[in-house]
Design a protein around this ligand. Structure first.
Ligand code: KG4
Ligand code: ZN
Length: 349
């Protein structure tokens, strides 16, 4: 730890994604079984790479939720065993607060790629496979949830869209890649505004893509798409069928535009000059590009961790754990996991 910043000694990511790919999504049973197999070797590798022994540790941080309960239990059991055996502090971390705190390991301004030391207050956009949350952080470990998705998360919209386009799971990165050579204005997919709230909605754009691919562009014109509480700015327009790269770029553009508009509006409304991105979708190249362009014009600073710290990783859990430790938070040894754990502020010690 360096002042307000964490230094990573090791960050081992053991993934079971190749076992899920053939099913087109995560199979919870496979995930937890693989985790039981992989956690011991991953732990040993992380300790070796860091060059530390268990006796050097002051605390062990672990994800308490939200997530797949079987996977959470495996991590929690391992962390409790270490804390109990070494008599050290156990810290239950919320997965979303860990995504936020990845910015305190390393974050760069999207405009000029300059390293940034994040400070509070700030606005955070968390975009992952399960969440699209706008969080106002007035202080460390204090979270005001301004808005969230009413249906699909942004990452889910990317993954489902990619699947419809025939790309392998998880499709977010593949769709991003395909879209690089496409025209984002080729197909005007709908953008749900969800007026009067800071919430998002992505099920409408996903349905529009499915209709577009099923019926062809001319029939996509009539889709009404009454997304939950949202109004539709535009519907897919008719004409000749677009190329896959154009469809991917247009679909991505609808998701990105919605995320950027709402986030920058919220930053203005709440008077926060800094915006941090977090979660796997923060890797998206177009999201980063549009944020960079728009933030510059709006006089705001938008920053994000490098891609490897945006997607799920252990270092972000440890970094959030450090901020909890510093604030005097201690978790009990009978702490449970929660599949739907809400992001709540931590009481000052
Ligand atoms: O944060 P994360 O690693 O796991 C969750 O907590 O869900 O996020 C995973 C999500 C997946 O939906 C994945 O497709 C998406 O992040 N993702 C991307 C990109 N890279 C990962 N989505 C769009 N563009 C990308 N480049
Ligand atoms: Zn995540």
């Amino acid at each position: 730890m360096l002042g307000d910043h964490c230094r990573v000694l090791s960050n081992v990511v053991s993934s079971s994604v190749e076992f899920h790919r053939r099913y087109g999504g995560i199979v919870p049973e496979i995930a937890s079984r693989k985790q039981v197999e992989l956690i011991g070797p991953a732990l040993a590798q992380a300790m070796e790479q860091a060059g530390v022994g268990f006796g050097d540790l002051d605390a062990v941080a672990v994800t308490a939720g939200p997530g797949l309960v079987g996977s959470l239990v495996v991590g929690m059991c391992a962390a409790k065993a270490i804390a109990f055996a070494r008599g050290i502090v156990l810290l239950g971390v919320n997965h979303l607060e860990a995504h936020i705190y990845a910015n305190w390991i390393e974050s760069r301004s999207l405009g000029d790629d300059a390293p940034l030391k994040p400070t509070v207050p700030c606005l955070v956009l968390i975009v992952s496979g399960g969440h699209s949350d706008l969080v106002l952080m007035k202080d460390h470990l204090q979270y005001d949830l301004l808005g969230r998705t009413r249906d699909d998360a942004a990452g889910e919209a990317f993954d489902k869209g990619a699947r419809l386009l025939g790309l392998p799971y998880p499709g977010g990165a593949a769709l991003d890649e395909l879209a690089r050579t496409g025209d984002p204005a080729a197909v005007a997919f709908p953008r749900a505004r969800v007026p009067g709230s800071w919430d998002f909605s992505f099920s409408g754009v996903k349905t529009a893509l499915a209709r577009y691919l099923e019926r062809g562009p001319s029939l996509a014109l009539g889709i009404a798409l009454p997304t939950s509480g949202g109004d539709i700015l535009s519907a897919a327009k008719g004409g000749a069928a677009a190329a896959p790269a154009d469809i991917a770029a247009s679909y991505q553009e609808a998701i990105v535009a919605t995320l950027v508009e709402k986030t920058l509006d919220a930053a203005r409304e709440f008077g926060v000059p800094r915006v941090l991105l977090a979660g796997g979708v923060a890797c998206n190249s177009r999201l980063r590009q549009v944020f960079a362009e728009r933030a510059d014009r709006a006089g705001l600073l938008v920053a994000a961790p490098p891609p490897g710290l945006c997607t799920d990783n252990a270092a972000m859990i440890a970094c959030a754990g450090w901020f909890l430790l510093r604030a005097g938070v201690r978790s009990p040894m009978d702490m449970d996991v929660s599949a739907s754990l809400a992001l709540t502020s931590r009481a000052p010690a």
